[in-house]
Ligand binder design. Structure first.
Ligand code: 13P
Ligand code: SF4
Length: 351
């Protein structure tokens, strides 16, 4: 770990005082997250961004998170992403033009009636706006079931973007059979789906995934069961359905932490999520007699979360001290309006 930036970060923060708020997603590296005023999952951090009165919100996370913070913040607040290259490969799997084409095709194929668009937080602001404008909403992994209920109270079918795994895991847990779910491939005519199957579908899943969580496989769970009897397996719902089915519990990053916190001393856990969070949990809970290991020994790293370094944080803070705003994330006013509608609906849904 590089601690040489610590003094610079601390000095700049002290000068900025309460004007600057640092948010840190649970996947951030140790040497960044320890400077966060708040840590959390996407849901919790977006709530903090919506409620803070700090002038500058430094989002140590990825691009879609900073965009959402900008949508939810007041016009006089400024959101900064310390490295503009911190994107999300899953969010990049759905592009607004593709989503519009999909929507038009679904209407043409006669399944537009009662169709509610629901996007995972891990998507660009224009896709959130698309959903807001069409009576849809946003969800995170901590309130996806509530968002599905919200959508089914207003329509009979959901178009879920962009993570097929979160969509499938949520729908299945709600009792929707697999034959009422289809996967829409944006690179195929009519999504590559037989129109008769589309008509029978209650959930249309966009063909997107998280390349980090997709690396966890059912055989990893089988190995833990064989080698570590009694160990609980907890995974993020971005993991494949086959993995989630074999796990003891699923949850957002915040829920994974809570699960371990609430478990009795002496418990042990194999966790299927990003390696920085897993390593931090292992270190935090070892003195409390709880053992935490990663579900996959190769250690799944989110390389884009990792882009945020102490040097980037120091640089953005020092610029603020000098009166310069660098790496601002600003969503256009047009997009902001409907994206905010969709995000406000999300914040009303139970976690
Ligand atoms: P959480 O909302 O659970 O923190 O998940 C965000 C994310 O990107 C997981 O890959
Ligand atoms: Fe995106 Fe996956 Fe990284 Fe989460 S872990 S930010 S979904 S690439």
């Amino acid at each position: 770990p590089d601690h040489t930036m610590d003094a610079r970060i601390a000095a700049a923060r002290a000068k900025l005082g309460k004007q600057a708020l640092i948010l840190g997603h649970h996947y951030q590296r140790d040497e960044v997250i320890r400077f966060a005023d708040f840590t959390g999952d996407s849901y919790k951090l977006s709530k903090v961004a919506a409620e803070t009165d700090a002038k500058y919100i430094l989002f140590c996370g990825v691009h879609f998170m900073a965009e959402s913070a900008d949508v939810l913040a007041q016009p006089w607040q400024t959101v900064i992403l310390p490295d503009l290259n911190a994107g999300c490969s899953m969010a990049d799997m759905a592009e607004i033009g593709q989503v519009e084409n999909c929507w038009d095709s679904l209407e043409r194929l006669g399944v537009g009636e009662g169709l509610i668009p629901l996007t995972y937080m891990n998507s660009a602001a224009d896709i959130k706006a698309f959903c807001g404008e069409r009576n849809g909403l946003v969800c995170t992994s901590s309130n996806a079931p509530g968002a599905f209920d919200w959508a089914f109270a207003r329509g009979q079918r959901i178009l879920f973007l962009p993570d097929q795994h979160l969509g499938r895991n949520t729908a299945f847990a709600m009792g929707i059979p697999m034959d009422q779910m289809v996967v829409w491939d944006p690179y195929m005519i009519n999504g590559g789906v037989d129109p008769a199957r589309l008509k029978a579908a209650k959930v249309i899943l966009w063909k997107g995934h998280c390349s980090v969580h997709q690396r966890f496989l059912p055989q990893h769970v089988d190995r833990i069961r064989a080698e570590e009897p009694g160990m609980k397996v907890i995974v993020h719902p971005e993991c494949r359905w086959e993995v989630c089915q074999k796990a003891d519990a699923l949850g957002s990053t915040e829920k994974i932490i809570e699960y371990i916190e609430k478990s009795p001393e002496g418990s042990s856990f194999a966790v299927g999520t990003e390696i920085h969070l897993v390593n931090r949990l292992a270190a935090r809970f070892a003195p409390l007699g709880k053992r935490v290991i990663t579900l996959d020994d190769s250690g799944c790293l989110c390389t884009t979360m990792y882009r945020i370094s102490p040097a980037h944080l120091a640089w953005t803070l020092e610029n603020l001290v000098e009166g310069n705003v660098v790496n601002r994330i600003k969503v256009s006013d047009d997009t902001k309006h409907w994206a905010k509608v969709a995000l406000d609906r999300m914040l009303e849904v139970r976690t």
